[in-house]
Structure formats: C-alpha cells, structure tokens
Design a protein around this ligand. Structure first.
Ligand code: NAD
Length: 359
C-alpha cells in the first residue's frame, strides 16, 4: 500500500484538494491501493503552529510515497517576515525532498482552444512537457552577490554552474518522460555562448546513447522561445536549465490560456514527487466554490503516472476530464458561450461520475 501526503494549504487549496480526494476515493473503490494522510502547510500551518512547514508535516512528506499539494499563501500572511511566510513551506518541501526535476505539461484540451491568446489552429491539441532542472544552475550557484569596486561602482553577479551529475540526472528524467510519450526530446541551452551549457549539451548527448528509441534535438534558448510561440506543436518534451525552464514553462503555460487547468510534478532521484496545480491560492475567489479543480485533479493523474506507475488509472482521470469538458461543463475561469457554468464541487462530482462510467 502506498501513502499520499495531502497538503491542502490555503485559499482555494482546501476546496480543490477536496475534489482531488473524491477522485482518489472513487479509484480506491476500483482497486487503487493508496492511503491518504493530511497535514498542514503554508498559512494554515502558521496559524496553527507558528511555522509554514511544521516538523510533523515534513516528516509525513518524507515518509509518504508522494505528496499532493493545493496551494499556499494569502493576504493574511503578507506582512510576515519573509523567512516565515507561507511560500517558505513550499520551498522547504522542494529542498528537503530534493525535488530536482520539475515537470510542467502544457496540454490544451480541444474544447478550450479559444481560451488561448494564440490562434486556435496553433494551439489546438497542444501537448508538450517541459522538464526543468529545479535545484541547480544560476539560481543556486556561488559566488553570488553585489560587490563595490574602489571607484565606488557596484556590480551584481551570479554564477551559472552545472556538474555532470546534475545534468545527467535531469537528462534521464527527460528521456524517461519522452519514452512514455511521443519519444522526441529537445534539449534547450545556450551552448554557443555559455560553457556550462556546452557541457550540458555534451552530457545530454552522451545520455541519449542509453535511449536509442528517443529522437534527441538541441535548440538555443532564444530560438526555443520563438518556436514555442510560432509553432508549439513541433515539441514533445523539452529539457532545460533552471532559469531557462522558469521562463519557458511560464510562456508555455500561457499558450493554453487557462491557469486553472495545468498540473505539475517535482520529482527526486527515485521518482518520488510532489504534485500541485501551477496556480496559487487565488485568495480573491477562495471560499466561494468558484475555483477550477481540474489542475489539481490532473495533478493526481500525474502522481499516479510518474510516482506509482499506474498508467491506467492516470488515463482514466484524464479521459474523464476530457469527457466533462466535451459535455460543456465549465468553471467560471474557462467559461465561454454555450457552456454550462458549474461550481468547484459540481466539477469534481462530474469528473467522478465520468470515471465511474468509464471502467
Ligand atoms: P494565483 O494563481 O493564486 O491567482 C491568479 C489569478 O488566477 C486570480 O485571479 C485567481 O482567481 C485565478 N485563479 C488561480 N487559480 C484558479 C483556479 N483554480 N480557478 C479559477 N481561477 C483561478 O496567483 P496570485 O494571485 O499571484 O497569488 C495569490 C497567492 O498565491 C499569493 O499569496 C502567492 O504567493 C501564492 N502563490 C502560491 C503558489 C503555490 O502555492 N504553488 C503559486 C503561485 C502563487
């Protein structure tokens, strides 16, 4: 039996997680052998214990086989010292669990093509995955800081560093992901200018020898940004550094135009992961039963696929979401003409019903 640590967090977190739990419970009835354990994180944990990541929560997250997180943060905690804000709970989990691989799919259900700012034909059926290195690169490299020269002028500096080991492990996650998809991997770097990414390119190429069934290509990051907007459907899986991935994954998520739809995974070396929607706690709509729970429900599908290798259950969830959208059901963030407006809980119930229908 596997354990999932469930951390609802703040704002809309508890509402969207409640719908994800309904989905897990219906799959449990069909033989999914998991046990769910809840704990506090973020602002909710600050209110109860004074700390955004209580020791009890961290212990549960470490001992569990996977973590499902809602969202953290909200107006109430914005005045607190930065060291104990809700977001620290999230960053603490990422570093304590050594989640170095961030997987961000940009998947557009055909029914939502009009939600994108790009032309429908450019994004219709878009299904790409960005694998971003999450714990290395320029965001963590030393030395870093701001120094003052004798002349009095100041200079800011950061260091872009990657070891072969760091590159190899993220490359393997990306190749493994590509193997489960359409077997095409594009590695994005700036090898024409940056030595560290010249090494990146070399190591990714070496790793590719272990994955002869995956077609590897390389692209400079400036071109990749352009290609993502010009013809995003040319990509299957993209692997890239921490900073390039930060920028490109936000760009890619916006191709789909619907923040309430996109799941994400952050994995460690053993494919243990933390799964969460890409959006935040949406304090403006919290407690109103208005939030879109689909990004969280799709995060459950990713959890089952990547951490538990339960492809059939993952597909059942994704098919159910697709069916519900085909039936015209929409929460307010994705509503358009001729669709049926539903609440958070009604959307969750509809997904559960579609899962039950499709055994
Ligand atoms: P946000 O993603 O919470 O909200 C941005 C906009 O999108 C809002 O108008 C919100 O109503 C809407 N939205 C977001 N998720 C939605 C959903 N599921 N359904 C319908 N509409 C949705 O970003 P923000 O407003 O910049 O941040 C709010 C709080 O969330 C802040 O405290 C921030 O620090 C935190 N945050 C947390 C995470 C996380 O937990 N991973 C990520 C980003 C922001």
């Amino acid at each position: 039996m596997k354990t999932i640590a469930i951390l609802p967090g703040d704002g809309i977190g508890p509402e969207i997680i409640a719908e994800a739990i309904k989905v897990l419970e219906v799959l449990q009835q069909d033989g999914l052998d998991v046990q769910l354990e809840q704990a506090l994180v973020g602002g909710a944990a600050i209110d109860a214990t004074g700390h955004p990541l209580p020791a009890e929560t961290l212990a549960l997250a470490k001992q569990a086989d996977a973590v499902l997180l809602g969202a953290v943060g909200g107006y109430k905690w914005e005045q607190l010292d930065i060291a104990i804000r809700p977001e620290k709970g999230l960053l603490g989990l990422r570093s304590e669990l050594e989640l170095f691989a961030n997987l961000r799919p940009a998947l557009l259900f055909p029914e939502l093509a009009s939600a994108s700012t790009l032309k429908a034909e450019v994004v219709e059926n878009l299904d790409l995955l960005i694998v971003r290195e999450l714990t290395g690169g320029i965001y963590f490299g030393e030395p870093r800081g701001v120094r003052t020269f004798d002349s009095g002028e100041r200079q800011g500096f950061n260091t872009l560093v990657y070891t072969e080991t760091e590159i190899e492990r993220i490359a393997r996650v990306a190749f493994d992901s590509a193997q489960k998809r359409n077997k095409r991997l594009c590695s994005v770097d700036k090898a024409n200018v940056l030595e560290s990414t010249e090494l990146w390119r070399e190591v990714v190429t070496t790793v590719s020898k272990d994955y002869p069934d995956v077609e590897l290509s390389h692209m400079y990051v400036d071109n990749a940004a352009m290609q993502l907007v010009r013809e995003p459907k040319q990509f299957d899986v993209i692997v890239t550094t921490n900073m390039f991935g930060d920028i490109l994954s936000d760009l890619a998520s916006q191709l789909t135009g619907s923040i309430g739809m996109l799941p994400s995974a952050s994995l460690d070396a053993n494919n243990k992961g933390m799964y969460e929607p890409i959006h935040g706690s949406a304090p403006d709509i919290a407690g109103k039963n208005l939030a879109n729970p689909l990004a969280t429900i799709l995060s459950v599908a990713m959890l089952l696929r990547y951490s538990f290798n339960q492809e059939t259950f993952a597909e059942r969830i994704e098919t159910a979401v697709s069916k519900v959208l085909q039936a015209g059901l929409r929460t307010q963030d994705i509503a358009s003409e001729n669709t049926k407006l539903v609440t958070t809980s009604e959307m969750g119930d509809a997904v559960v019903a579609a899962i039950k229908e499709n055994k």
